[in-house]
Design a protein around this ligand. Structure first.
Ligand code: BTN
Length: 242
C-alpha cells in the first residue's frame, strides 16, 4: 500500500470533493489492498477512505471485488453503529440514489438493466460500522465468469464523474442512515422490485428455497413465500431471480 500521492499524480480530484464536502475527512490512496482494511486502521466516525485501485478488493461472502485502476469508485465509510440489516438496505438505497437509476436486489446490489453495477459490504467493528461501496463507472469489460453479470455506468450509457458520484453517495449515505429502521425498510420496499412479487431462489435456515418475495420484516429481512404457502425469512446470502 502506498500513501496518498500529491494531487497532481492522482486521476481523481479529491480536492474538488473535499471542497464540496467541507469538514469531511477523506483519505485518498493511489493503491490499497482494500479500503476496508485501510479504514480499519483509524475508525474515526465519518471518515471516508477511497482508492484508485484495490489489489485485494473484497466482496460479500468471501468473493473478490475486481477493482480496475481508475475505472470505479472504491470507498469505505466509517459509520456509527446501527443494526446491520437496515444499514445494508440504507447503503443500497444511497448507492442507487447516487447512480440516479437502477433497481436494488435485496439486500443492496444495484442493478442497471438487470446487471450488477454496484455492491455493498458492511462490517461491524465494536461500536462502529465500516461500509464498503463499489460502483463500476467506466469499465468496458470484466474478467472471468461472474454469477451475476456485471456492468458499468459507461456500458449502460450513463455518464457520471467519480467525483460527482462520491459527493452524491456520501450525502445520500448520511441522509439514509439518519432515518429510522421503519423508514429505511419502507424506502427500500418502494425502490426495489425484489421486495415483493419476484420469483427467486434463496437460502433460508441452511436450505435452498424457491418462491415469491412478499415484503420485508421490521428488521429488514426479506420474506419469501414458497408455493406450499410456507413463508421463509431470508437472513443472508442474497437472492437469485428465476
Ligand atoms: C459485493 O457486492 O459483494 C460487495 C462489494 C463491495 C466492494 C467495495 S469496493 C470498496 C470496498 N472495499 C472493498 O474491498 N470492498 C468494498
Amino acid at each position: 500500500m502506498r500513501p496518498s500521492l500529491p494531487k497532481t499524480a492522482l486521476l481523481f480530484d479529491v480536492e474538488a470533493v473535499r471542497a464540496r464536502l467541507p469538514g469531511r475527512r477523506i483519505d485518498w490512496f493511489e493503491s490499497v489492498d482494500s479500503t476496508m482494511i485501510e479504514a480499519r486502521r483509524d475508525m474515526q466516525t465519518g471518515r471516508i477512505v477511497g482508492a484508485e485501485e484495490q489489489t485485494a478488493g473484497m466482496g460479500r461472502h468471501g468473493r473478490k471485488w475486481i477493482s480496475e485502476p481508475g475505472a470505479g469508485l472504491y470507498i469505505s465509510m466509517v459509520l456509527a453503529a446501527k443494526p446491520i440489516p437496515v444499514v445494508m438496505l440504507a447503503l443500497g438505497l444511497a448507492a442507487r440514489h447516487a447512480i440516479g437509476c437502477g433497481d436494488i436486489r435485496w439486500p443492496n446490489d444495484v442493478l442497471v438493466n438487470g446487471k450488477k453495477c454496484s455492491g455493498v459490504l458492511a462490517q461491524l467493528e465494536r461500536d462502529t460500522i465500516i461500509a464498503g461501496i463499489g460502483i463500476n463507472v467506466s469499465q468496458t469489460a470484466f474478467p472471468g465468469d461472474l454469477e451475476t453479470p456485471p456492468t458499468s455506468l459507461l456500458i449502460e450509457g450513463v455518464r457520471a464523474s467519480r467525483e460527482d458520484l462520491l459527493v452524491a453517495l456520501v450525502e445520500a449515505v448520511d441522509r439514509y442512515c439518519e432515518l429510522s429502521a421503519e423508514e429505511i425498510v419502507r424506502g427500500f420496499a418502494g425502490a426495489s422490485s425484489y421486495a415483493s412479487g419476484r420469483r427467486v431462489r434463496a437460502e433460508a435456515a441452511g436450505k435452498l428455497v424457491e418462491g415469491v418475495t412478499c415484503g420485508l420484516d421490521r428488521a429488514g429481512f426479506l420474506q419469501v413465500r414458497e408455493d406450499s404457502g410456507t413463508v421463509n425469512t431470508i437472513l443472508a446470502g442474497g437472492v437469485r431471480p428465476i
